[in-house]
Design a protein around this ligand. Structure first.
Ligand code: OOB
Length: 524
């Protein structure tokens, strides 16, 4: 049963990926492969063995079935790094209902859109995030069921989604198992369908390249719903190789370092701003983090100079990861020479990953030259979910995904990320679609036109600057007012601009498009 709105791989490639062993019959719901008595998950006060977690997942799956959820349904999941996230995810994939993985930071505008686009049957959330009340937002959503991990008020608690395990027909390995969020380059976010077999390959091959095994103790500091922390190799890669997952609410040294010391953590995945924070924090922190063996850094470019500091300062190896929720993953290998580990963003995970580096006309550039990275392979999507028009632009006729990243490839196959062509801001690993933010700004009564650009920043990589043209006779809004306005529109806070500039006209390219390069250059 394939899902409507999902673009399958061509049958010749499907046959090849199966014959060559990239795709198996293994399902996302069967990743708990550790010894029953071994600790699988540590989160807050919870310590669950593989047997405990398997039982929780099976009972919750049965509870979902009793609620009426079934194979092929979509469920928007918005949970922080808690046991509830792991249990809900495993339970949904077991019954073949696809979790749509929202980030805890998303707000009404994003969540409502995700529910509508996916025609979600249910929404699963926490009760609150500081001042923000997810239940109040949930009251406005077009779903049959709202399930709350915590104080549910009039809704269903996640704990009550519980029943004696039942035998239900499971999903097929070719079914869409999970829908990931794209960083986005258009007015509205896109969903990435990942099948059971492509995502299982993603996490198993990643676990192998990263040397995960039963002794791995993996600390989650990024949102568990992000592809990096979930499956590169992430939580699911740990489960598949029998290790232990430790959940931290955040990457703050105050929270992460004590957990590292107490649980003897061996691996962690971070974005560059967290790596920089930790390089600084070890000099004043008292915690013993000597158990750490590998720090994976990705999501945004990590400077070679900083990568070179990691072994000496944090006492562990560093691995650069250049990945995308759309699929393709590049890792520096554990036995790569230092120079490649420090200066490149890794090489493709799979021998079946196909890479093309092309110029503006789509022609291959000369070896070693910079161009846009195109890719296809056994775990890279063939089309965004329910986005036929966008898909004609995002893919070549022969099925390569246009990443929008500018790279150069070394003779070893390693890629160096040199920039970006897509209209997106990478704010410390958080992706912001310029067009999406511009559309929100244009809704402000004083704004005549808006253009959003990324400005270089030593810690975040980039910060977000919004250039506004104000309507004649209107008062120029300040940054505080703009942020309040975006908050009332239900926009996630990481998308708020860091800086506001007003202008009377935008520089244009020869074809009449706003020249964002020229705009950014005005501030230098
Ligand atoms: C990861 O996934 P997404 O979907 O949040 O963002 C993908 C984009 C890439 O297209 C690229 O523009 C950028 O993020 N990016 C990097 C990078 N890693 C990702 N740019 C430079 N250097 C890197 N190391 O960000 C993601 C998914 C899985 C694993 C790791 C990261």
């Amino acid at each position: 049963m394939s899902m409507e709105g999902f673009t399958p791989w061509p049958t010749d490639l499907e046959a090849r990926y199966q014959a060559e062993g990239y795709w198996s019959d293994r399902l996302l719901g069967d990743v708990l492969r550790g010894d029953p008595g071994h600790v699988a998950l540590v989160a807050g006060d919870d310590r669950l063995t593989y047997a405990d977690l398997d039982d929780r997942a099976a009972r919750t799956a049965a509870g979902f079935v009793r609620l009426g959820l079934r194979r092929g349904d979509r469920v928007v999941v918005q949970l922080p790094n808690t046991t509830g996230f792991v249990v809900a995810f495993l339970a949904l994939v077991r019954i073949g209902a696809a979790p749509v993985l929202a980030l805890p930071a998303h707000r009404g505008s994003e969540i409502r859109y995700l529910c509508e686009l996916s025609e979600a049957r249910a929404y699963i959330c926490a009760d609150r995030d500081g001042d923000f009340d997810y239940r109040a937002m949930a009251r406005t959503l077009p779903v049959d069921h709202v399930i709350v991990d915590g104080d549910a008020e009039e809704f269903t608690t996640l704990a009550s989604v519980d029943a004696d395990p039942v035998d239900v027909p499971g999903p097929d390995p070719s079914d869409v198992g999970v829908l990931l969020l794209s960083g986005g380059t258009t007015g509205l976010p896109k969903l990435i369908p990942r099948t059971h077999r492509d995502y299982v390959y993603n996490l198993e091959a990643s676990a192998e390249v990263c040397g995960f095994d039963r002794g791995t103790v993996y600390l989650v500091v990024l949102p568990a719903a992000h592809n990096f922390a979930l499956a590169c190799p992430g939580i699911l890669g740990v489960f598949a190789t029998g290790g232990t997952v430790v959940l931290s609410p955040s990457g703050s040294p105050d929270e992460a370092f004590p957990l590292m010391e107490r649980e003897r953590v061996t691996v962690c995945a971070v974005v560059p701003p967290i790596a920089l924070l930790w390089l600084d924090a070890v000099t004043w922190s008292d915690e013993d983090i000597s158990s750490l063996r590998l720090l994976q850094v990705g999501g945004a470019k990590f400077a070679a100079e900083r990568a070179a500091e990691v072994p000496g300062v944090l006492g562990c190896a560093v691995q650069q990861v250049f990945g995308m929720a759309e699929g393709l993953l590049n890792y520096t290998r554990l036995d790569d020479p230092r120079d490649l580990v420090e200066r490149t963003q890794g090489r493709p995970l799979s021998p079946a990953d196909e890479i093309r580096v092309v110029d503006e006309d789509g022609k291959k550039v000369a070896a070693g030259e910079v161009g846009e990275l195109l890719t296809r392979g056994p775990y890279t999507l063939r089309g965004y979910y329910r986005a036929p028009e966008h898909n004609t632009r995002s893919f070549t006729p022969d099925g390569y995904y246009r990443t929008g990243d500018l790279v150069r490839q070394l003779p070893s196959g390693h890629l160096v990320v040199e920039g970006r062509e897509k209209d997106q801001i990478n704010r410390g690993g958080d992706k912001i679609s310029a067009e999406e933010l511009e559309n929100h700004l244009l809704a402000h009564p004083a704004v005549h036109d808006a253009a959003v650009v990324g400005l270089p920043d030593p810690v975040m990589g980039e910060r977000t600057c919004a250039f506004l043209i104000i309507r004649a006779g209107e008062k120029t809004p300040g940054l505080r007012e703009i942020k309040d306005f975006l908050r009332t529109r239900g926009v996630a806070a990481y998308k708020y601009p860091d800086r506001l500039e007003t202008t009377t006209e935008f520089p244009r390219t020869p074809v009449g498009k706003i020249s964002k390069k020229a705009l950014a250059a005005r501030l230098r």
